[in-house]
Design a protein around this ligand. Structure first.
Ligand code: R5P
Length: 286
């Protein structure tokens, strides 16, 4: 058994390799003069089980992950398992308007090819599971998030109803209450929100979301929680994209900002590698 990572999974791949104590294979990844991607695995790996660790969220990383899977498959390994810490295109998981492409379906079909099993850390919607033609497992970072804030929080809040299960899971691990705010998305950049009768006065709040993209959701939530005089507001998310330097605004308006290490940022202080490793160990035992 071995682990192989691309340019979008190196850090978690190395952490997993050290926890699981298995071989790390380094692929050759380069670009042709016209920008086309080239992937080669130049180590003997025949008759083995491969664990490919790479994010797949933009054109380049999705291609890189697929090329790695293809290269490994062509070498005749027994089984391919892909770990995708951050999978993109999970928000367009259905047709919201007539004529739209279901992006999640296309990406899932693409990544399923030649895979035996895929592990994905908290996709935006579990609905995407049905688009994969191989077995797919979703990994929740709740345990590591709860550990990080143990005894520091009175209330866990999701900025929208869609995130209520996430808030509940983290809150129950911490033995505290949870709630959610009312959010309505106006555009990709704009949301409207109200407190949904939640009272945070004097409380230490953990504001939790799956992804912070433009920061619009979290900034609006911070505004409301501050106006209701929360004592502390800690912001945490699984995938920190922080587009347009939104992290700066969030840091200025909160007590702290952290995310998991599915994406490498200066706030990626919560490692989800132990959780992924446990899931892989279970898979290997079976
Ligand atoms: C939406 O349902 C998600 O859970 C996030 O709240 C959202 O994608 C965050 O996006 P942004 O940071 O652009 O508001």
């Amino acid at each position: 058994m071995f682990i192989i990572t691309g340019n979008y999974g190196e850090k978690i791949g190395k952490e997993l390799q050290s926890i699981l104590n298995i071989r790390l294979v380094q692929p050759i990844i380069k670009k042709f003069p016209d920008g086309e991607l080239y992937v080669r695995v130049n180590e003997k790996v025949v008759d083995d089980i491969a664990i490919i660790v790479n994010n797949a969220f933009n054109g380049e990383s999705i291609l890189e992950t697929s090329f790695l899977i293809n290269a490994i498959d062509k070498m005749g390994v027994k089984k391919i398992i892909s770990v995708i810490p951050y999978l993109g295109y999970t928000r367009q998981d259905k047709k919201f308007l007539e004529g739209e492409a279901i992006s999640s379906e296309v990406i899932a079909k693409f990544l399923s090819m030649n895979n035996s099993e895929i592990f994905i850390v908290e996709p935006h919607s579990n609905n995407i599971g049905k688009y994969f033609s191989c077995k797919v497992n979703f990994i929740s970072p709740a345990e590591e998030i709860a550990k990080n804030y143990a005894n520091k929080i009175d209330l866990v809040i999701s900025p929208d109803k869609g995130g209520i299960e996430r808030a509940k899971e983290i809150a129950s691990l911490m033995g505290v209450d949870y709630s959610y705010l009312n959010k309505k998305r106006v555009s990709s950049y704009e949301v409207i929100m109200d407190l949904n009768n939640v009272s945070v006065k004097g409380k230490r709040v953990l504001l939790v979301d799956d992804v912070i993209s433009t920061g619009g959701t979290i900034l609006k939530a911070l505004e409301l929680l501050k106006s209701d005089h929360a004592n502390e507001i800690h912001v945490v998310c699984t995938h920190g994209l922080f587009l347009n330097n939104s992290d700066i605004n969030i840091v200025q308006n909160s007590t702290s900002l952290s995310c998991t290490n599915t994406l490498n940022t200066k706030y990626s202080t919560i490692s989800i590698s132990p959780i992924i490793a446990r899931q892989l160990e279970k898979f290997i035992e079976n």
